[in-house]
Design a protein around this ligand. Structure first.
Ligand SMILES: *Cc1c(COP(=O)(O)O)cnc(C)c1O
Length: 349
């Protein structure tokens, strides 16, 4: 069969392994450690088949209204997608010309680079210091993950606001993990004076609904309108819209889940530090940590990853030069994290 040259050359995106089976401990893709809102699940259980016979709302009308209310803005500044991954993909089309570039942090969410490849434009990765100096040239879209993945480190909103003032293109703050953080950038996205800042959120992490596939972004009207122009007509299915709407209305569940994860995170970080690990200051539901011996950290990080995998505990290891001496552990339940520590002790001896 004939496949377009552009596609033949593409390297596929490598996502975290999705192991099957009940006895695995899955701490490799930062999903929530607990179940979603019972109120949202009640909506799922009594979902009316009549609403499946018909097409869903093309503009996610009710969901946009609820999100606008939640963030004290107007619905015309909200866009909902089939996961934030879909929104990111639309953004590469909406905001970037063929000869322009997408800039991101490095290390960061590796999907950004894949999306730039699919779009056929240049990708450039920087440290935050490097990105802040990158204010000219052909950079049309800056994707800033804060808290960042895989480090967990958050960039102060003031620094992002200052960066956006100088950056010539669109600045997207990917706040997938912000529910676990102390501060956020939403006020930058809802302020009418800011013409180029978009904040993106997802139901995949702290709302515990990764399987539902709903993400959204908030920003200036003209930028939001551009996404509507190019999206699939019915990009978010009826079940996803109804369940996400119920989940938003149950902020109490969200806060409770976050509080539990933060408690476990604090304890787990302290336990790793007791053992001599270097843990980056995390504001997310994961920690990016370097084994105690600096000289053998790279080999040890890999050994921990592989040893845990043999014991059916899945964590994440990134082989790149800036990440190869660390392991990323999503925060699970207390029992799961106790088991992780026990096995890490056994592996490193
Ligand atoms: C997990 C994650 C997302 C979420 O993507 P969805 O498509 O909404 O599931 C977005 N950005 C980053 C950086 C993530 O780690």
């Amino acid at each position: 069969m004939r496949i377009a040259r552009k596609v033949r050359k593409l390297a596929p995106y490598i996502h975290g392994e999705q192991p099957r089976g009940r006895d695995v401990i899955k701490l490799n893709t930062n999903e929530a450690a607990y179940l979603p809102s019972a109120k949202a699940m009640a909506v799922l259980k009594k979902f009316n088949p009549e609403n499946l016979r018909r097409y869903p709302s093309a503009e996610c009308v009710d969901l946009c209204a609820a999100l606008a209310k939640l963030h004290r803005t107007t619905p015309d500044r909200v866009f909902v997608g089939n996961g934030s991954d879909e929104i990111l993909s639309l953004m590469t089309d909406a905001y970037v010309e063929d000869d322009e570039a997408i800039v991101t942090l490095d290390p960061s969410y590796s999907l950004y680079r894949t999306l730039a490849d699919i779009r056929g434009v240049k990708w450039l990765g920087f440290s935050w210091g490097g990105l802040r100096r990158k204010t000219g040239g052909k950079a049309a879209l800056a994707l800033i993950t804060s808290p960042n993945n895989p480090t967990g480190v958050q960039i102060p909103p003031k620094e992002i606001a200052a960066f956006a003032k100088r950056f010539p293109g669109v600045v997207v703050v990917d706040e997938a993990y912000v529910d676990y953080a102390d501060v956020d950038c939403m006020a930058l996205a809802t302020a009418k004076a800011n013409r180029n800042i978009i904040v993106m959120r997802t139901f995949s992490k702290a709302y515990a609904l990764a399987g539902l596939r709903v993400g959204y972004c908030v920003g200036p009207k003209d930028l939001v309108e551009a996404l509507y122009k190019i999206k699939d007509s019915y990009n978010v299915d009826a079940i996803a819209q109804a369940v996400a709407l119920a989940a938003i209305k149950d902020q109490k569940h969200l806060k409770g889940l976050v509080a539990k994860v933060l408690k476990t995170r604090t304890w787990f970080v302290a336990e790793l530090e007791k053992r001599g690990w270097d843990v980056m200051p995390t504001q997310a539901n994961f920690v990016f940590a370097r084994p105690p011996c600096a000289k053998t950290a790279k080999a040890d990080a890999k050994r921990v990853f592989e040893g845990l995998r043999e014991r059916k505990i899945f964590v994440r290891y990134f082989s790149g030069p800036k990440t190869c001496d660390r392991v990323r552990f999503s925060i699970g339940t207390d029992a799961q994290m106790r088991r992780v520590l026990k096995e890490v002790d056994a592996i490193l001896g």
